[in-house]
Structures are given as C-alpha cells and as structure tokens.
Design a protein around this ligand. Structure first.
Ligand SMILES: C[S@@+](CC[C@H](N)C(=O)[O-])C[C@H]1O[C@@H](n2cnc3c(N)ncnc32)[C@H](O)[C@@H]1O
Length: 217
C-alpha cells in the first residue's frame, strides 16, 4: 500500500509542492561522475557533443549539473510540479547550455520520440531507478544507448540505510535497491564499474556499459 502511494505522480507532486528536496549534488559527486563515465571524458577530449537523458530528474539539480559539464541533456519525470520547478530553476542557472524537460511516466506511457534507438551516450538515474519497472526499463535503455553508451545509476543501498527519521507526511523513506538487485543489475553488462558516494557506501553509483541479454528478477 505504502509502496503504491510512493509510486504515484500525485504523491511526488505533493512532495515537491511542499518543497521536498533530495540529496544535494556536491562537487565531489560531479567530479566522480566525470572521472568514472568514460563517454564524457572522450567527448570532452574530442570536443564532440555528448547526449544524455536524466530519468526521474525531479527538480533537475542533477540535470543542470550535467548541462554545466557541456552535456546536451533532457530530464524526464512524471511529476508536473517537479518539472515546473526544474524549468524555472534552469532559467536562473549560470550555464551556456540549458537542459530541456519532458513529462513522462516511464512505467506506463509510450516512449518519447526523442529517445531514438542507438543515439543516447549517457542515461542517468539518480535516486530514481528503484521506483521504476526495472526489467522493462533496462530493455529500453539497451535500445537507446549508442554503442559506447553508459547507464549511470545512483542509488541508496537498502541494507545500509539507517533507521529512517520522521520525515513528515509527504516523504516516505527511500530504501533504494538491495544487494541482490544491485548484483542482478550488474550481470546485464559486460563492463561494470562503480564507486561509493559516502564512506559507508549508503549511496552507491554504478557505471554500466556494453549490455548483454539478461533479465532482472
Ligand atoms: C527520489 S526522487 C529523485 C529526484 C532527482 N533525480 C534527484 O536526484 O534529486 C525520485 C524521482 O523519480 C520520479 N519518478 C518516480 N517514478 C517515476 C516514473 N514512473 N516515471 C517518471 N518519473 C518517476 C519522481 O517523480 C521523483 O522526481
């Protein structure tokens, strides 16, 4: 029941309307991303464009960080309230490159036409993958990625989460993916890398490249 509520656009709209923010993007997070995601480094070295999509972008803090790295990025979310905030915040951002945003329920809506197969260099899911129909989503990601494309996932690790504090009526604790799901996720790729975003590994990042056929339990 709680999980169902957590997954509706209405729930997220309420959360964002009440000013909910999630983990803020730090300089260290951006540096680790640039270090571990080869596609960006190569694009920067070769001065060629790099196309990314940010899935479950919320108010777009991470989307804007990607744009500030010179990446051509589009954020998708099914919360209209979040996207409205994201658009306003992006107008005020100091960056030559503006991200674009699009309303999309990843689990139920048709795939947007902008997601042309074989054209996306980076798909990012920052604190959003655990809300998605992962098996279906991964099948689609494999199709969208360019040959050297990367799926970059930032997620909480369920087993490492401390007991949740009382967060008020609009935010339910986010547990992320558990170790078994993370292992299954990695098995679907020939190149797997990763790093911890904090010393305890409560939040972790995976860099997945070169998909193989694999199913997510
Ligand atoms: C924990 S928030 C993370 C937001 C943002 N990525 C960040 O790092 O601040 C999870 C986001 O996933 C979005 N989301 C959840 N289920 C979704 C779905 N089925 N389709 C699109 N977005 C979804 C929510 O609206 C919410 O903005």
């Amino acid at each position: 029941m709680i999980v169902q509520e957590q997954r509706t656009a209405r729930h997220w709209d309420l959360a964002y309307r009440h000013g909910t923010v999630f983990e803020q993007v730090t300089d260290a997070e951006q540096q680790m991303f640039a270090t571990f995601v080869r596609t960006i480094r190569e694009a920067q070295d070769m001065r060629v464009g790099c196309r990314a999509v940010d899935i479950g972008c919320g108010t777009g803090e991470w989307t804007r960080a990607l744009a500030a790295m010179g990446i051509d990025v589009r954020g998708f979310d099914f919360s209209a309230v979040a996207l409205s905030k994201a658009r306003k915040l992006s107008l005020g951002a100091r960056s030559d490159r503006q991200p674009s945003y699009e309303l999309w329920d990843v689990n139920t809506d048709p795939i947007p036409t902008s997601l042309v197969p074989g054209t996306i260099d980076i798909v990012t899911c920052r604190l959003s993958l655990s809300y998605l129909d992962v098996a279906r989503f991964l099948t689609d990601v494999r199709r969208w990625l360019a040959p050297e494309g990367v799926l970059h996932v930032v997620t909480k690790v369920a087993e490492k989460q401390p007991e949740p504090p009382e967060m008020g009526p609009y935010v339910l604790p986010h547990r992320g993916l558990d170790e078994r799901q993370l292992k299954a996720l990695c098995q679907g790729w020939r190149s797997v890398d990763g790093y911890k975003l904090d010393p305890q590994g409560e939040t972790t990042a995976l860099v997945l490249q070169h998909p193989v056929d694999a199913s997510f339990p």
